[in-house]
Design a protein around this ligand. Structure first.
Ligand SMILES: C[S@@+](CC[C@H](N)C(=O)[O-])C[C@H]1O[C@@H](n2cnc3c(N)ncnc32)[C@H](O)[C@@H]1O
Length: 315
C-alpha cells in the first residue's frame, strides 16, 4: 500500500458493509452497529466519498449499477466480506468462551469487531493495530462521532496501536504498548492482511506472536488465499480490472498458501490447524438458513483458525 495514504481496500470493505446492510435480503446479516460505524468511516474519507455514499449506497435506483459493477469485477465479493466478518466474530466469541482474555487485531482497517465487542466483554482487552496512515483516519472518524453521540474509543479495554508490519521492531512496540499483557491467553486476528505481506513478513508475524506471549495460550485466526494455476495469489473468480486496480493502489497480493500445505507450514511455526472455512462453509452456515443460498459469493479467500501447539496438546 502507499506508505502515507490510508488503505484503499480497507475503505472498500467499509463501503461494502454499507452496501450489503442496505440490501433488502442480505441486510440482516450485518449487525446494525457495524453499519452505523462503517457509515462514519466512509463519510470521514472525503467529500467525494460522502457524495458516493449518498448517491450509490442510499439511493435505491443506484443499487443495480453497483451490483453490475461487482458482477463484472469480482462477483459476490461484498457478501464474502460480510460473511468472513460473521465467521471471525463467531471465532472471537468462541475463543472468549474458552478463556481467551486478549484480542489483538493486526491490520484492523475500518473493521468494527473490537469497537462492538469490547463493551460486552469488559474483562477482555482488545487491541487494534494497523498501518499508521489507516488507523489515524479511523481514530479521527471515531473521535468526531464520539463528540456527537458519546460513543468512542475511550474505554480502557480498547486500545489502538499504530504498527507497520513491514518495519523491524514491531514486536517490541506491541510488548511495550499500553494495555498489552504477555501473560494473557490471546486471540490474534489478521483479516484480509497476510496476502499484502511478503513471505518473510508473514514469518516475522508468526514469530512476533510467540515472542509477545509469555507462555500463555495463543490462537491465530487469519484469512489467506491460494496461489492459482498461473502462480499468482488470487480469488478464484476475478477480472483483470481487479488486478490492475490493486496494483495501481499498490495493494497487490504477495503471500498465499495452498490449503493442503497449511498444516505443515503452521507446525513449522509452532501452531496447529484447528479449522478452515471456505465459501461453502459460509454458504451452509449463513446463507442457507436465511434462504439466501442463491446469492453470488466470491470464492478463494479462506479463514484459518490455528492454536499454538501447547494449547492443542491440552485439548
Ligand atoms: C484489505 S484491508 C483489511 C482491513 C480489515 N482487516 C478488514 O478485513 O476489514 C488491509 C489492511 O491491512 C493493513 N496493512 C497493509 N499493510 C500493512 C502493514 N505493512 N502494516 C500494518 N498494516 C498493514 C491496511 O492498513 C488495511 O487496514
Amino acid at each position: 500500500m502507499k506508505a502515507d495514504a490510508p488503505s484503499a481496500t480497507a475503505y472498500l470493505i467499509a463501503t461494502s458493509t454499507l452496501f450489503v446492510a442496505a440490501d433488502p435480503f442480505a441486510g440482516r446479516l450485518i449487525p446494525a452497529r457495524a453499519a452505523e460505524l462503517s457509515a462514519h468511516f466512509v463519510e470521514a474519507r472525503s467529500r467525494a466519498a460522502r457524495w458516493a455514499h449518498e448517491t450509490l449506497l442510499r439511493r435505491k435506483g443506484a443499487r443495480p449499477f453497483v451490483s453490475a459493477l461487482e458482477r463484472l469485477t469480482l462477483p459476490g465479493i461484498q457478501l464474502h466480506y460480510a460473511l468472513r466478518k460473521l465467521y471471525l466474530e463467531e471465532t472471537t466469541r468462541a475463543a472468549i468462551a474458552d478463556g481467551i482474555r486478549q484480542v489483538v487485531i493486526f491490520g484492523a482497517g475500518y473493521d468494527t469487531l473490537a469497537l462492538r465487542l469490547h463493551g460486552a466483554f469488559p474483562g477482555v482487552q482488545f487491541i487494534e493495530t494497523d498501518h499508521p496512515a489507516t488507523q489515524r483516519r479511523k481514530i479521527h472518524a471515531l473521535a468526531a462521532h464520539a463528540r456527537r453521540d458519546a460513543h468512542g474509543p475511550a474505554a480502557t479495554n480498547l486500545r489502538f496501536l499504530p504498527l507497520d508490519l513491514t518495519r523491524r521492531g514491531f514486536a517490541d512496540a506491541l510488548l511495550n504498548s499500553d494495555g498489552y499483557r504477555a501473560d494473557a491467553p490471546t486471540l490474534f486476528i489478521a483479516e484480509g492482511l497476510l496476502m499484502y505481506l511478503a513471505p518473510a513478513e508473514v514469518d516475522a508475524l508468526f514469530r512476533t506472536m510467540r515472542d509477545c506471549s509469555d507462555g500463555a495460550p495463543i490462537r491465530f485466526a487469519f484469512t489467506f488465499m491460494e496461489p492459482q494455476a498461473d502462480g499468482r495469489v488470487n480469488f478464484l473468480t476475478r477480472s483483470r480490472a481487479v488486478d490492475a486496480w490493486l496494483s495501481w493502489r499498490r495493494e497487490a497480493f504477495k503471500w498465499g498458501i495452498g490449503r493442503g500445505e497449511l498444516p505443515a507450514y503452521l507446525a513449522a511455526r509452532g501452531f496447529a490447524l484447528r479449522e478452515i472455512a471456505t465459501h461453502e462453509t459460509f454458504r451452509r452456515r449463513y446463507l442457507e438458513p436465511e434462504a439466501l443460498a442463491h446469492l453470488p459469493l466470491a470464492a478463494g479467500e479462506y479463514v484459518c483458525v490455528a492454536g499454538d501447539l501447547d494449547e492443542w496438546g491440552k485439548r
